[in-house]
Design a protein around this ligand. Structure first.
Ligand code: MLT
Length: 275
């Protein structure tokens, strides 16, 4: 492909006027994996090989995150969904994909379902929520953005660390902690600021989801303090024919903390909804 270059295990694909880093593996029905904040496509690194015998797994670094280039302008969740639509087109994927988004990636998945329904066959919303921010929440986000720009990335993201993974993962999985710290602390201050602003302006998807007609699965971590089980149940109730599933030894980063259980949930859902 002429508009593709390779660097380590990432492929850079030119789409929507930018160079999008993408991890891929496997063949079969495509699954698009969308990471959360302040993370990157490494979030899916343990899950993807478990699904590669059955699915074509595609995990990009979203605008400004991971190995993508620095963002100098503001963006919205809808802009990130537009990047993904163009990416799928450039990759020549001519069938609707299953989209799996975690937390902020879930907000992007919701925009994809709303704005590009023809591109999405099924949706998995994991460790995320469907409501918009209230004014206090939006103000906290502005503060986090300012902290990153003024005091540095560590000051902005360190307070999140213990909310992202469970106490068990923290004490028993040093490699998960190392990957997580690397994703968080390598995120640029400008990305933190722009992403926080973008999330503060996200839509309230609750009422919109009531009109969705595609198969959907909502996954939560039993000890997730950011998108608690109640928020997962709320989404599953809002979306017609959706189901909620919970993973017990997990907080906010279920695919990183419990990849085997997560992959099994996705596979079972995909099979049941293809029958
Ligand atoms: C994430 O994990 O992507 C964030 O916690 C989402 C958010 O801040 O709303």
């Amino acid at each position: 492909m002429t508009n593709t270059t390779h660097a380590s295990d990432l492929t850079f694909i030119k789409a929507n006027g930018r160079s999008i880093p993408v991890r891929t593996c496997g063949t079969g029905t495509p699954i698009l994996f969308l990471h959360g904040y302040p993370l990157d496509s490494r979030l899916w690194q343990s899950v993807m090989p478990l699904l590669a015998d059955f699915y074509r797994c595609i995990a990009p670094d979203l605008r400004g995150f991971g190995q993508s280039s620095e963002e100098r302008m503001s963006f919205t969740m809808a802009d990130l969904a537009c990047d993904m639509a163009k990416l799928l087109e450039t990759m020549g994927i001519d069938e609707p994909v299953m989209v799996c988004g975690l937390s902020m990636g879930g907000y992007v998945a919701m925009e994809l379902v709303e704005n590009y329904p023809q591109l999405v066959s099924k949706v998995v919303l994991t460790n995320t929520r469907c409501n918009a921010d209230d004014e206090a929440g939006a103000a906290q986000r502005r503060l986090a953005g300012c902290t990153a720009l003024r005091d540095g990335v560590a000051a902005a993201v360190s307070p999140m660390l213990e909310k992202l993974i469970s106490k068990e993962t923290m004490s028993q999985s040093p490699s998960v902690v190392a990957t997580l710290r690397s994703m968080m602390f390598e995120t640029r201050a400008s990305t933190i600021a722009w992403a926080q602003i973008a999330m503060s302006h996200r839509r309230n998807f609750g009422p919109l989801m009531r009109g969705w007609r595609l198969p959907s699965l909502c996954i939560g971590g039993q000890s997730d303090p950011i998108a608690p089980p109640k928020a997962i149940e709320e989404m599953a109730t809002a979306i017609p024919n959706s189901v909620a599933k919970f993973v017990s030894n997990s907080a906010h980063l279920t695919p990183l903390e419990c990849p085997a259980e997560f992959a099994e949930l996705l596979r079972a859902f995909e099979q049941q909804t293809s029958a």
